[in-house]
Design a protein around this ligand. Structure first.
Ligand code: SAH
Ligand code: SF4
Ligand code: F3S
Length: 454
């Protein structure tokens, strides 16, 4: 891309032709956040958002490779673009995100799908204008993927409208859990400066946002490259901005501290919610996963947490079928779930990822056994989640209304302080307000509430 690049010519072309874009996002909140950056860059060039994928002039797939089924779905959906391209010759189809950071994947995609003209990595979105210029005016096919680059500050963002938004506090991961591809595709940990994060939160508040979710693969190691900076210190500073609600994810149990729990307890605007993925209940499996805590460490951490924040809403990620996981070891995961009683949990079947140590381990678990195990923990968690919801019935809570309920006409929806979703009868004008609610009914995964004092 050394050739000349004329941004005004590009902008004129985009505006004169009323070009539109569509982004299909896969994977975690990190990717969703990146898509908001990509949307921001495209909007600043003059693109508007298309309602439908088939009618857009630029279609981008922001990809995830954490599990094989995510990847397969993406290959399938990119492949389907061929038919749309037939109707609109000038449509640009591009791929970006985590899959691109794996060696050879972008080249494979280019080979498999000759109509794909653009591929870029997780930290290359600010070069998007230049890439688009060369595709449009020089008819080039562009691939730009850099490893371990630090994402730029001040990229324009097109966020979802208030009241909620996400703020990235760090990129990358240094943990190398043996099953996980993320450290390979997202590079090493790099924390943003506290000042930049606070400025972002303050500007969100000015724009009417009332809740932020601080994002990082392991927020508890935030600041490790700076002198005497810790995640609880950052939380404290964010709390002092006075924003109504602060959540954060993900916390790695090995780095979750008493200082963290005490900071959460000290500030009303830090929500009583913690996502603390355990992954497995057997200390042997945890060691093989390189999680660096034992079952006992984890259980004692939960005890400490609950002694400091008794009403904390707790969630987890749980994986079954890690190589070598015996029936007894699997049962240890079951018993841990019964003991901790998470309010909710994401459950996963282990998926071998090329290039990670676990993919090379002996004793990969047969598919039928994995299926049996996942069904058992899904049913167990469903029961515990429902029981946790039943316990909320009759309680009063405060709900930040996010929008119309997807479920029922005339209903709005929002989250409690602990992060549980509540549907309630109410007017759309309440969106963005924090209102007192009495929990009237428990559903399997959500609650039904009534506005108090009416
Ligand atoms: N950094 C976060 C999230 C990482 S990805 C954390 O450490 O918790 C989200 C979840 O996907 C992980 O917690 C894990 O449960 C799951 N996961 C990661 N790699 C996986 C794999 N190879 N197969 C199945 N699940 C996986
Ligand atoms: Fe993956 Fe582990 Fe890092 Fe989470 S902490 S992103 S599971 S390597
Ligand atoms: Fe997230 Fe998937 Fe990448 S889980 S960090 S989008 S591999």
């Amino acid at each position: 891309m050394e050739k000349n690049f004329d941004i005004e010519k590009l902008e004129r072309y985009i505006i004169d032709n009323s070009l539109t874009y569509y982004i299909e996002t896969y994977g975690c909140q990190m990717n969703a956040h990146d898509s908001e950056k990509i949307s921001g860059i495209l909007s600043s060039l003059g693109y508007s958002r298309a309602q439908d994928k088939d009618k857009a002039d630029l279609v981008l797939f922001n990809t995830c490779c954490v599990r094989e089924n995510a990847e397969n779905k993406i290959y399938g959906n990119v492949g389907k673009m061929k038919q749309y391209k037939k109707h609109n010759e000038d449509m640009i189809v591009g791929v970006c995100g985590c899959m691109m950071q794996q060696k050879g994947v972008a080249d494979d995609l280019f080979r498999m799908f000759p109509f794909v003209e653009l591929a870029f990595g997780t930290t290359n979105m600010q070069d998007l204008p230049e890439m688009l210029y060369h595709i449009i005016f020089d008819k080039e096919r562009i691939k730009l993927i850099e490893d371990d680059k630090i994402a730029e500050e001040n990229v324009p963002m097109k966020r979802t409208p208030p009241p909620l938004s996400t703020v990235n506090i760090m990129q990358g991961c240094n943990n190398f859990c043996t099953y996980c591809i993320v450290p390979y595709v997202r590079g090493r940990e790099h924390s943003r400066r506290i000042g930049d994060i606070i400025t972002e939160v303050e500007s969100l508040m000015k724009d009417g946002y009332r809740e932020v979710m601080l994002l990082g693969q392991n927020v508890n190691s935030y600041g490790s490259e700076f002198d005497r900076v810790t995640f609880p210190m950052l939380l404290e500073e964010v709390a002092k901005t006075g924003i109504d609600r602060i959540r954060f994810m993900t916390s790695h149990p090995k780095d979750a501290t008493l200082e963290l729990f005490e900071t959460m307890a000290r500030h009303d605007n830090i929500c009583n919610q913690l996502h603390l993925p355990v992954q497995a209940g057997s200390s042997r499996v945890l060691k093989a996963m390189n999680r660096r805590y034992t079952r006992e460490d984890y259980l004692s951490l939960i005890k400490t947490l609950r002694s400091i924040i008794p009403d904390v809403v707790l969630s987890s990620d749980i994986m079954i079928g890690f190589p070598g996981e015996t029936d007894d070891e699997f049962e240890e995961t079951v018993s841990l779930m019964e003991e901790v009683r998470y309010d909710s949990a994401f459950t996963f079947v282990y998926s071998p990822r090329k290039g990670t140590p676990a993919a090379e381990m002996p004793d990969q678990i047969p598919e039928e056994i994995k299926q049996k195990r996942i069904m058992k923990i899904v049913a167990l968690q469903n029961r515990i989640t429902y029981e946790s919801n039943l316990k909320d019935v009759g309680r009063s809570d405060r709900v930040l209304v996010e929008g119309k309920s997807s479920r029922d006409e005339g209903f709005i929806a929002g989250k409690t302080d602990g992060g549980k979703m509540v549907n309630l009868r109410g007017d759309i004008s309440l969106v963005g307000q924090i209102i007192p609610v009495r929990i009237a009914e428990a559903k399997k995964t959500t609650l039904v509430g009534e506005i108090e004092g009416r």
